[in-house]
Structures are given as C-alpha cells and as structure tokens.
Design a protein around this ligand. Sequence first.
Ligand code: UDP
Ligand code: MG
Length: 333
Amino acid sequence: MNQEQPASSAPARMPINEALISIVLPVFNEQSVLPQLLQAVEESLQSTGSQYEIIFVNDGSSDKSGPILDDLADLNSRVRILHFAKNFGHQAAVQAGLLHATGDAIVIMDADMQDSPAAIIDFIEYWQSGYDVVYAIRTDRKEGVFKRWAFQTFHKTLNLIASTSIPRDAGNFGLIDRQVAVQIAQLNDRDRYFPGLRSWVGFRQIGVPVERLARYDENPRVSFIQLCRLAKTAIFSFSFFPLMIFYVIAALSAVVCIALTSFVLYHKLITGLAIPGWASTTITASFFGTLNALGIGILGEYVTRIYDQVRARPMFIVGTKTNFDSPELEAPL
Ligand code: UDP
Ligand code: MG
C-alpha cells in the first residue's frame, strides 16, 4: 500500500447513505459484456449503502454497444449514457465522464472487467475515512509477458524523469473526491494522461493493491500504438528531461573538445608528431557540436517555458482553508 499523506487531518465525510457515488465507464465496442458489467458494478455499490449513478461514455462504438446501453438506461434511471459523435479515445471519454458526473466521489474504471468491481467497496471505505484519491495499484497482472514488460519499463522511466511523482503500476482505476475531480477536469492539458494529472493535483492520496484481472475477451481496444502515444504524452507532459538532456550532451562535447585540443597541442609543441589537417578538422567539429547542443538546450529553456505558460496549469491548488472568513480577493494584489 502506498500511503502518501495521512487522512488524520481530513474533515469527516457525509454518512454513506447520503453520499452519491458516480461511476465513469468508457466504452468502445464492448457489446457482449455490458449487462454483466452493470450488474457487477451495481452489486458492489448496493453493498456499500450509497446512492449512485453509472455513466457510460460510449466512445463512438461501431458494434451494438450504443443501443444496448440505451436499453439498459431505459430500464434503470441510475444509468446515464454519453454517446460520442465518433471515437475520440479513452482519455477523452474519461474527461467527458468527469465533466458530467454529479457524485460526491467519482470512480473511474474500464468496461472490460479488468478492473474488479469489488474493489469499489474498498475505495469508498478509504474515501469515507478521509482520503480524497484512492487509486488501484495493479498486482498480479493477467496480461501477456511483453505487455507487462512494456508497462514496467514505462513506469520506471517515467518515475526516473517526471517532475511529479506518479505511482508505479497505477492506471485510471480509482476513486476521486468531487473537489479533486473538479480540479482535474479544469486542467487545460489537451493531451491528457489521467494518472499523471491525478497525482499532480495532490490532496490526500492512497494506493490500494488490486488484482488486475484478465480482459473478458482477448482483444484490447486500445492498440499498442495508442498505448505508445499515451506513454509519450505522459513523458512529455510531466518531464522536460528530453530537452534538458542537451545540456548534458553539450557538457560531454565540451570535454571531448578540450581533450582533443590538449592532445593536439601536446603533439604539436612537445613531440612534434601532429598530423597536418587532422587537428583543425576534429577540433572544429567537436567545438561546433558543443555549440549546437548548447543552442538546443537554450532553445529548450524557451520552449519549455512557452509550453508551461500555454498549458496554464494553476500555480497552486488550495485543499482546505483554516480561519479564513472573508472571501478571496477578486483581483490579486
Ligand atoms: N476505450 C475507449 N475508447 C477507445 C479505446 C478503449 O473508451 O478508443 C475503453 C475500452 O472500452 C475500455 C477501456 O477504454 O473500457 C480500456 O481499454 P482497453 O481494455 O483496450 O485498454 P487496456 O486495458 O489494454 O489498457
Ligand atoms: Mg483493458
């Protein structure tokens, strides 16, 4: 269990029977699992005694998912459906669900039975005890060796270079309090990596180990290329390391340039073994190599600042306030 902040200072939550829990489920061509999924999710929710709404985001499915979802909604007023105009992708579906959820806490989970509906009960318990974010740490993944290796490598790399600490082996599956959902939904990032944004906003967070089940069918809807694109989004949204690496390249090139110059001078002045023409070529190449890398590093400084400014994430997020009666200033001093 990965506990980042204790919940001891947390304000008491409302009684569970008054709380409204929203479940957000992105769906892309999952026709054969939907009734069974709804039943499993409802069973878990009913066992907690909370009120609930279940939001399916139909991300432009081309199978019968759309009509099946509409039928489920006709029979059950707690089921709500957003039909996208076309396929906009998993992350867009999560964002749409967040923007439409009205719950005091919102659970985000996949619709392919990989995220165990039973874990919702634990998430709600942690939320009741004061945590604002409860995320699943995937254990015992029932996925192929290559996919597991790829996820591991990605999480290790991200952990190494990201400026925000993003828990390893955590995906979208988890619960967030309403105030966290509002903050995440308002972030301007267009290319979104939800687990990263969830870590970035802060609040009281806890990771809970949850077994990652096998997909009900063998056919992932997010392709490997799309997963690679998401990994790229995660890295470039949460790290400026790829640009800053040019400073390191510049420093290494400078060392090579100095070593070459010393070597040439030694042979020219002391041993007299210098090869005509070789010195000027290699020294010039390594000198301009250094300048190039330095130039890219400096350009990177401007680019990262422009990116940061354009993305306009808030400079801070206030979690709670103590002894502040007056409203905040309309215009900052
Ligand atoms: N999904 C979606 N839009 C897409 C692809 C997938 O809404 O373009 C949904 C899909 O129906 C599932 C979830 O996103 O509920 C995760 O998809 P998948 O199981 O393929 O991803 P993986 O578990 O392999 O990361
Ligand atoms: Mg899946």
